[in-house]
Design a protein around this ligand. Structure first.
Ligand code: FAD
Ligand code: UDP
Length: 388
């Protein structure tokens, strides 16, 4: 193994961007080990049996406010101009209604009609300012009885059951930054994100990873686990031989250390794909079920990707549950909470005994990062390792 300068565990955005940068900018020889049979991590997409481009591990929409990240990825893909809009499907008299999410001034009108909505909007804007974002927890602490009643409405219609399904806990019990991702927005803008750069990779995500990793200095081995990397005293062994180069680890840190302090808690997801013989199945790419059903949301891929294929469409329902570490289960969401962060800190301190070992990514850092944050962090790590 002496002929590799760096070892990268995992071929998601964290691993692929770091490997690509170390190879291209640093002329390092990089070995990438990925336990799945494909690259791309959770952003992996592929054609299903009906020829629909699906996201196998959940819907991925690119958005960023980081110019460097956008410019960097634009070297590896063209973009489809796409701005994500989400609605909550809720029971209503005589059927169902669709409320734009984040709950905004259009949602207010849909729920209460123009007159009442106008009054409430005036009050909200006087309290917080036009175009402002207010978290549901903040809104619920407002002493004004009318605003408090509205906050209860939004809490009941958008947050409480969805959060119970997704996390098994109520909104006030989970990390406040999580519900803050989807604030109440005092605007008529129905976009899910307000970042200046948003879109979908024109030909999907997987080709980005294939391009990132296509370099003579990079070797990718699929279907192989980090179990090939072991600790011995203060040394790291790869396939039984001491490995002195930099190791970038992007998997779950507790599993790397044999869960010796106990398992880090995660949520996992079950995805149910359905193919329907119709052009389109639903009104938006993502419809959240915030008051009923067992799944959290349904995503229709053609609406994300813009793929034109008449008479057929594939949708996906997401069911969340506790991760137990069983064979084939994927730890998708770290459960950010003080006791879990403290457990993570013990593993991170253990990892700190190996200065050549660097932790990067949503799993290895036990954080709720979007793709752009991971790409930004991978570029910053490459800068640091390459000294500039
Ligand atoms: P991952 O993509 O998880 O890649 C880690 C890789 O390491 C995987 O391929 C894994 O198989 C491999 N690996 C793990 N352990 C080992 C091991 N022991 N040995 C070998 N290989 C290993 N972000 C957005 O910006 N927009 C979105 O719309 C969005 N939607 C999401 C929807 C869902 C359901 C989820 C779960 C996440 C979503 N994200 C989204 C976040 C996005 O998936 C992550 O930011 C991104 O994938 C993080 O990249 P990563 O490389 O850290 O992790
Ligand atoms: N959320 C909610 N209702 C919604 C959308 C989001 O209660 O209709 C809450 C829920 O707790 C969720 C969090 O906001 O986990 C973050 O939502 P986001 O869409 O950012 O989650 P992700 O796409 O990362 O799963």
């Amino acid at each position: 193994m002496a002929h590799y300068d760096c070892l990268v565990i995992g071929a998601g955005f964290a691993g692929a961007v770091t490997a690509g940068e170390l190879a291209r900018r640093g002329n390092r020889r990089v070995l990438v080990l990925e336990k799945r049979d494909h690259v791309g991590g959770n952003a992996y997409d592929r054609l299903d049996a009906s020829g629909i481009l699906i996201h196998q591990y959940g819907p991925h929409i690119f958005h960023t406010s980081d110019r460097r990240v956008y410019d960097y990825l634009s070297q590896y893909t063209d973009w489809r101009d796409y701005r994500h809009e989400v609605v909550a499907s809720v029971p209503a008299p005589g059927g169902r209604m669709e409320l734009p999410v984040p709950f905004n001034l259009v949602s207010l009108e849909t729920a209460f009609g123009p007159e009442k909505a106008g009054e409430l909007a005036g009050k909200l804007i006087a309290a917080y300012g036009a175009e402002k974002k207010v978290t549901i927890l903040e809104l619920r602490s407002n002493p004004d009885p009318e605003i408090a009643a509205l906050a209860d409405y939004v809490y009941d219609h958008v947050f409480v059951r969805y959060t119970m399904k997704q996390w098994g806990q109520r909104p006030e019990e989970i990390d406040p930054n999580t519900t803050a991702r989807v604030p109440v927005f005092l605007s008529r803008d129905c976009g899910y994100f307000q970042d200046p750069w948003q879109g979908m990779p024109l030909n999907g995500y997987t080709p980005i990873f294939e391009r990132l990793l296509d370099h003579p200095n990079i070797t990718v081995e699929l279907g192989t686990d980090a179990a090939r990397l072991l600790t011995l005293g203060d040394a790291l062994l790869l396939d039984g031989e001491p490995f002195a180069g930099t190791v970038i680890f992007t998997g779950a840190l507790d599993e790397f250390f044999g869960c010796r302090f106990g398992r880090l808690p995660y949520r996992t997801l079950d995805f149910r794909f359905e193919t329907h013989a119709e052009d389109f199945y639903q009104s938006h790419a993502t419809v959240n079920y915030t008051m009923d059903e067992d799944f959290t949301r349904i995503t229709e891929f053609k609406r994300l990707t813009g793929q034109v294929l008449p008479g057929v469409t594939t949708v996906m329902k997401e069911y969340s549950r506790a991760y137990a570490g069983a064979e084939g289960e994927v730890p998708y969401y770290a459960i950010i909470a003080p006791e879990n962060n403290a457990l993570y800190a013990r593993y991170a301190a253990l990892a700190g005994r190996y200065p050549q070992l660097r932790l990067l990514g949503r799993l290895a850092e036990y954080k709720y990062y979007n793709m752009d944050a991971i790409v930004g962090r991978a570029l910053a790590l490459a800068d640091e390792l390459l000294g500039g």
